[in-house]
Design a protein around this ligand. Sequence first.
Ligand SMILES: Cc1cc2nc3c(=O)[nH]c(=O)nc-3n(C[C@H](O)[C@H](O)[C@H](O)COP(=O)(O)OP(=O)(O)OC[C@H]3O[C@@H](n4cnc5c(N)ncnc54)[C@H](O)[C@@H]3O)c2cc1C
Length: 389
Amino acid sequence: MATHGQSGGAGYVGRMGWDADILIAGGGLNGPALALALAQGGFRVTVVDARPAPARAEAGFDGRAYALAIASVRLLTAIGVWPRVADKAQPMLKIKASDGRAGDGAAPFFLHFDAAEIEEGPMGQMLEDRHLYAAFLAAMPGLLVGCDGRGSGVAARAGIRRVGWGYGQTALVTAIRHERDHQGIAQQFFMPAGPLAILPLKGGHHSSIVWSETDETAAAIQALPDAAYLAALRPRFGDFLGEIALAGERFTYPLSLSLAERFVGPRVALVGDAAHGVHPIAGQGLNLGLRDVAALAEVLILARRRGEEPGSPTALEDYQRWRRFDATALALGMDGVNRLFSSDNPILRLGRDLGMGVVNALPSVRRGFMRQAAGLTGELPKLLTGRQV
Ligand SMILES: Cc1cc2nc3c(=O)[nH]c(=O)nc-3n(C[C@H](O)[C@H](O)[C@H](O)COP(=O)(O)OP(=O)(O)OC[C@H]3O[C@@H](n4cnc5c(N)ncnc54)[C@H](O)[C@@H]3O)c2cc1C
């Protein structure tokens, strides 16, 4: 896929080549978001992706979805994408987390976040992958950029090394149809082998699950026929939503941490998973990437107004200063949360249950967590507040 932006616009280019200020390698989600933000600032942008675009625009329901924080929704609004998908999103009204074990039955909720406690409204929006990709493609009818994920060839070629490790965990991802309405509530059960997230999709009776198990167990479960897969899920899922059935394709994602040592090099910037691939335990990966998008777009647009060229070292350093510490701290924080909760050690269980109980009992601390997860804290780039640069 190759797409290309005119000054203030965007469009695909054919095989003849293109003329652009900025080349983006990788047209996943962060690539197109950055391209649209830069095109708004007057740049001509080219996005390239190894996969063909039309195949991605035609996807049917498969249950893969993202929890988008409030700040990410504001960015998507500012770059013109949100109006295309708003009617397909499910607001997250509550988030409940509990410490559980498969077969234990319904566990008491240790942490309960309610959107009514913050004035910004729903803490986030669940949006299916197929709708978000399609909206990006429709918004840039001829544009190409590259943010090439955790195996980033751009980083490797720029001599930027990566650090990280595997978690020995694999996420099983699929969609579930359930008898009772989810009422916009996201659930997270912390199991010894890894978390199970049940994330509400539009319509009330479908949820996307991200079910982490050890690599061996996940491989064995994925190999099961549908009925046996569902039988393995049931004791973990519980019966709070009534009868459940499989409603989407079954995917697996090996989980790892992968951090670039630098986010910039000479005339190169890394964005999204190319800069920081994190554990999905808190559903923050894409939200972090969209923070990069907003920060990089802002520093490049401001540099352009000062008369500097797109690869200006000052602008790239500004971007790295803005994003590297925040992204690395969050990645390591999620790494720690995963280690703390993916354990059956009784001392760790007691410590984390006490910790969750304390947070749950203190409304001001609870609100602080909610605002952090919604992406409303820290020095926010303009696009994350819904304003153009
Ligand atoms: C199980 C799971 C659940 C998740 N849930 C959430 C959630 O609820 N909320 C959230 O915010 N995040 C979530 N995430 C994280 C989110 O999926 C990622 O952070 C996000 O998709 C990264 O987007 P990206 O555009 O940076 O990279 P990618 O999506 O990896 O895209 C990279 C693109 O680059 C292309 N590419 C690669 N190499 C080349 C090359 N050499 N030349 C050209 N193109 C190339 C690829 O084809 C691909 O299209 C989840 C992740 C997982 C695994």
